[in-house]
Design a protein around this ligand. Structure first.
Ligand code: FMN
Length: 141
């Protein structure tokens, strides 16, 4: 089990770190530092997170999903992210993952993320708690 994410401006990172801790202090990997898909085990649960930028997931998340497809590993993907528009980060993640042949878990977690003058101070403590609860539910299944 691990968290893998891209966060250009730090909001998704806050969620990623909360999820990693709540799931039992699992590895939390920022794709800005690159990622070697060979580390991933067959059947593993991966929390995959991103903001959304111009309607798309982060470029490094897109590259990661393509690499994961090439590796032919069967994994379980639990999606999370932050966006200005309601649900837009996980919508983009669902699009890129299903396009590459994955079937992500039905439940996901999308938090409003501060953008210009929208959603100031989000994610806030309640959002972090909701991310933690999401991680706990996913790890019990
Ligand atoms: C260049 C740019 C483009 C964005 N495009 C969208 C978008 O198309 N839809 C949306 O809902 N939010 C959009 N946003 C808002 C971000 O998704 C939101 O601020 C998110 O919390 C960013 O996550 P991050 O801090 O982890 O990078 C955009 C933000 C930036 C900076």
């Amino acid at each position: 089990m691990r968290v893998i994410y891209q966060s250009k401006n730090g909001k998704t990172r806050k969620l990623a770190e909360a999820i990693a801790e709540a799931a039992g202090h699992i590895e939390c990997n920022d794709l800005e530092h690159g990622y070697d898909v060979s580390k991933i085990a067959e059947g593993e649960l991966i929390f995959l997170g991103s903001g959304v930028y111009g309607g798309k997931s982060g470029d490094k998340v897109i590259t990661f999903v393509r690499e994961l497809k090439k590796s032919k590993k069967k994994v379980r993907l639990a999606l999370f992210g932050s966006s200005n528009g309601k649900g837009k980060a996980v919508k983009a993640l669902r699009k890129i993952t299903t396009k590459n042949g994955f079937n992500p878990i039905g439940e996901d977690y999308n938090c409003p993320g501060k953008f210009l003058f929208f959603h100031p101070s989000r994610p806030n403590q309640a959002d972090i708690n909701a991310a933690r609860n999401y991680a706990e539910r996913m790890t019990k299944n």
